[in-house]
Design a protein around this ligand. Structure first.
Ligand code: SAH
Length: 243
């Protein structure tokens, strides 16, 4: 059985006919790991110029060259959803960034809250996880990884045209589908708190904003990485591109 073509992210511009020189890492991946050879096809995307079918025109283990044969999917950008989250420790953060990419968010931003346990966030590592997940899941856009902000600064500079959906572990258990169904179309953001939860002051601050909608994710307390997947799935199903 033939396997699906390898899908590779590149950072160079892509137009039909262009020849791209690949660096050592992708060259080694294509030739040594995936055992591809001269003339084999791969899919490439850069987050801006759609997805292209490209042929390997030089199969060097350290310096491959590929040439775009045709654009097979035009660029899309997906639903306008920001994913905002209190940073987690390494393995859970890696997982969360990968899952948010697979769930199609457009931007991700670490948010520092009262109970955030991790203060320093490795944005390069987040970007590497975004690329890995984007290659694997077929998404055409790469979510932007934005600088961390405190919750206060985030709310103080909020664009009121964007609705903020916040997963509130202390909300009385009620259907998140009903709560989300009341919202009209427009840009969205989803906020998930740290393992320590939101402080009462933060919850009050959030509840006092007219652009905020709190939702429950059911009667059990989930880890933040699980809550991310649950909240983004619900938002996609009711308001995003799963409709
Ligand atoms: N330590 C807290 C739980 C934090 S869970 C406590 O025991 O209360 C981490 C984050 O996941 C929360 O801040 C919230 O955003 C989200 N979350 C987890 N379970 C949830 C639920 N049942 N409903 C809504 N949000 C939830």
């Amino acid at each position: 059985m033939s396997r699906p073509p390898v899908r590779l992210y590149v950072d160079q511009p892509l137009t039909v006919g262009t020849v791209l020189d690949l660096g050592a890492e992708p060259s080694s991946y294509l030739t040594r790991v995936m055992r591809l050879a001269l003339g084999d096809d791969i899919l490439v995307f850069n987050g801006r110029d759609g997805e292209h079918l490209a042929a390997i025109v030089e199969a060097d283990r350290r310096a491959c060259r590929i040439q775009s044969k045709e654009m097979v999917r035009a660029q899309t950008s997906g639903p306008d959803i920001d994913y905002l989250f209190a940073p987690l420790k390494r393995a859970r953060l890696d997982y969360m960034v990968q899952k948010a990419t697979e769930l199609g968010v457009r931007r991700m931003r670490p948010v520092l809250t009262a109970h955030t346990q991790v203060e320093r966030v490795n944005l390069d590592r987040m970007r590497a996880n975004v690329i890995e997940a984007a290659e694997q899941c077929g998404v055409l856009w790469l979510p932007d990884v934005l600088e961390p902000l405190s919750l206060e600064a985030l709310l103080a500079t909020w664009d009121h045209g964007r609705r903020l959906i916040f997963a509130d572990e202390a909300a009385p258990s009620a259907s998140p589908i009903s709560a989300l169904s009341c919202l009209g179309p427009g840009p969205l953001a989803v906020l998930v708190g740290p393992e320590g939860g939101f402080s009462p002051e933060e919850r009050q601050l959030l509840a006092g904003q007219e652009f905020v909608t709190g939702i429950s994710l059911g009667p059990r307390i989930m880890r933040a990485d699980t809550a991310a997947v649950a909240a983004l799935s619900l938002v996609n199903a009711v308001l995003g591109d799963w409709q």
